[in-house]
Design a protein around this ligand. Structure first.
Ligand code: MSP
Length: 637
């Protein structure tokens, strides 16, 4: 791999439902990796996007009462906007409905067809619409899809097939010759496990009579392309295969990032497709495990969606990002829980990181008149220990990042943070202030330097917090433009004016009753909650409220701050409806609120009351409004 180039892709997400925290994880990982390699001085290309063809999308569009294109446009925009609001630094957002992608899919199909590697034949098999693939009898469990647990349909029809079986031996050899082609190792073994069974040819078409929402086969327009054969090609169509400069530059260093659910298409279909098309295969397939809620995979189709980024709104996007990257051992499953997130936020961010920042800067202000002293040469064994930890950090982080071991990279950064806190505890600058000014300068200089290097290395993981640390230490320029080679040198940050700010991560007081419900969508309403008495119901004061003003809450993903009138008074209500309701559309609407709900703070705004809304099967929010306009403040019973 060329050392100065880096190409990372996420899966392109299906547009059958809005983004959820599972998708958010993969995209956050890709963003952290992209930022790290830019910081390390590499030229980076980061690709994400949406997968928009196939049965699954066509059916979701019918359910939503929209054309597939209008439906795909809307959900794809929700993905793009969510990633933009999260500050992700992707270079391109590809959609499989773009003309230039369709052209490349046709060209590659034609090339493989011309090479005689695609033939026409009949096939019967068990099909899962959720997975968009056929299952063998061996793979299915009690007649159901092992992933979705939905009954499989037996489908028999004439179709086109890709001679995938022919490439089985080549692929086995390739995986053996390139031990880190698929990593971590457990997924390499899993892929080799698939390949122990004879590999079947891959059905790559769907008759138009059954499905029209796809890319027509260039050699037979009675058929459209199987959605996986279409989607995987995004990784090269986005680079303008075959002649684009991007393709020439970045394809030789391609690394894909996926969840373990899509190992087979990426680990088996894709390399064999590339081989048949005469395109060298990718460098690495990096595979992560599942985020689980109550031990089950978090995913839309099972109704276990953690509504997109609710926790980011509640605790801040960086706390969520930190939790996801720190908590999951890349490759293994991990449990998603609000309690875990708050614990990490309080212990690691508010406590360890907040402490070092606050105490160091407070002392620089008090004892050095706000000017950060030069660290100078280490003098005491304590100085030397601290410098040693800092100098060991780049190697440790590089090694961890090479294998996507984010928890290890963060542990190494926390090694320096903790060493910094310990150093100050031992050197006691507050005592030196009374008797030894030179020693005080040296110790605070060392403390600030440890903090600066920590901020620099934190940047890929916590971009906003990193930038703030940098600015508070008076460093010129933005971390987004910094490079490790210069900025990572011990001593590169001395003699600047500091500017202390607010604590980066205030401690969160937390009670279990306040946790956000994990399951938001219960389509069908069969799962009714436990009975309440009429007296219990009457304790709720429900009122018609009229929206007077609406604005997005700065920094939040979905929150809108509403000024509503309930007749006798105006008050502020904060609601997570931004994805569905742009603020401008809300003014003048009448809604229903719970007027006597205990006030709560959301992203620093006090909300007095909660609006009522339904959630549809796709997780979208629909406001409850009076059937005809009435006086604000009218009681709802
Ligand atoms: N469209 C295909 C991918 C085509 S790539 C050429 C697809 N889309 S998807 O919307 O279903 O996204 C699947 C990906 O979302 C997973 O591979 C993973 O990256 C992410 N995740 C979805 N649920 C997840 C968890 N519960 N946990 C971790 N990641 C999850 O498959």
């Amino acid at each position: 791999m060329s050392a100065d180039l880096f190409y990372i892709t996420t899966p392109i997400y299906y547009v059958n439902a809005p983004p959820h925290s599972g998708h958010a994880y993969t995209t956050i990982v890709a963003d952290a990796v992209a930022r790290y390699h830019r910081l390390a001085g590499r030229r980076v290309y980061f690709l994400t996007g949406t997968d928009e063809h196939g049965d699954k999308i066509a059916q979701a569009a019918v359910r939503a009462g929209e054309t597939p294109q209008a439906y795909a446009d809307r959900i794809s925009a929700a993905f793009r906007e969510t990633w933009q609001r999260m500050g992700h630094t992707f270079d391109q957002f590809i959609r499989t409905t773009e003309a230039r992608h369709k052209r490349v899919v046709s060209a590659i199909l034609q090339r493989i067809y011309d090479a005689g590697e695609i033939y026409f034949g009949e096939y019967g098999g068990y099909y899962c619409v959720g997975c968009e693939r056929f299952y063998t009898e061996k793979e299915m469990v009690d007649g159901k899809c092992p992933d979705h647990q939905t009954p499989l349909q037996y489908v028999k029809e004439e179709n086109y097939f890709f001679r995938m079986s022919k490439y089985q031996d080549w692929l086995i050899r390739h995986i053996h010759d390139h031990p880190d082609f698929i990593r971590p190792e457990r997924y390499r073994n899993e892929a080799l496990g698939f390949l122990r069974e004879p590999l079947e040819d891959l059905c790559i078409s769907r008759p138009r009579a059954r499905l029209t929402w796809g890319i027509p086969l260039p050699f037979d327009d009675r058929y459209v392309t199987y959605v996986w054969f279409d989607a995987l090609i995004n990784y090269v169509s986005a680079l303008d295969y075959p002649d684009g400069e991007l393709f020439r530059t970045f394809w030789p260093v391609a690394q894909h990032l996926i969840g373990k659910d899509i190992l087979k298409p990426h680990g088996v279909y894709w390399p064999t497709m590339l081989q048949a098309a005469g395109i060298p295969t990718y460098q690495h397939l990096n595979v992560h495990g599942y985020w689980l809620v109550d031990e089950a995979k978090m995913s839309k189709s099972r109704g276990r969606t953690l509504s997109p980024l609710d926790l980011a709104d509640k605790y801040g996007p960086e706390a969520l990002r930190y939790f996801l990257l720190r908590e999951m051992v890349f490759g293994l499953d991990a449990n998603f829980g609000e309690v875990g997130l708050v614990n990490r936020l309080n212990a690691d961010l508010a406590n360890d990181l907040g402490n070092l920042l606050q105490r160091t800067l407070t002392m620089v202000k008090r004892y050095c008149d706000g000017r950060i002293p030069a660290a100078g040469e280490p003098v005491t064994p304590g100085d030397r220990r601290l410098v040693q930890v800092a100098e060991g950090l780049p190697g440790k982080v590089a090694e961890a990042m090479e294998v996507f071991a984010f928890h290890r990279a963060l542990e190494a950064i926390w090694g320096l943070l903790n060493a910094g806190n310990k150093y100050l505890d031992e050197q006691k600058p507050w005592e030196l202030a009374k008797r030894d000014h030179d020693a005080l300068q040296r110790v605070l200089g060392h403390g600030c330097e440890a903090l600066r290097v920590t901020g620099l290395f934190l940047f890929p993981f916590l971009p906003a917090a990193g930038e703030k640390i940098w600015a508070q230490l008076g460093m010129a320029g933005r971390l987004a433009e910094a490079r490790l080679a210069e900025a990572g040198r011990w001593g590169a940050g001395a003699s600047r004016r500091m500017s202390q700010g607010e604590p980066l991560f205030p401690r969160v007081e937390f009670s279990l009753e306040e946790t956000t419900p994990m399951v938001t969508a219960k389509p069908g309403g069969t799962d009714v909650a436990a009975e309440v008495t009429i007296e219990e119901f009457r304790r709720l004061d429900l009122r018609v409220a009229e929206i007077r003003e609406a604005r997005a809450v700065p920094g939040a993903k979905k929150l809108v701050e509403l000024k509503v009138s309930i007749g006798s008074e105006e008050r502020t209500v904060v609601a997570g409806i931004l994805l569905e309701y742009p603020p401008a559309d809300l003014v003048g609407k009448q809604i229903v609120i719970v007027a006597n709900l205990k006030p709560t703070q959301l992203m620093g705004v006090e909300s007095r009351g909660m609006l009522l809304a339904a959630t549809d099967s796709a997780g979208r929010i629909i406001l409850v409004t009076p059937e005809k306009p009435t006086a604000p403040g009218a009681q709802v019973k």
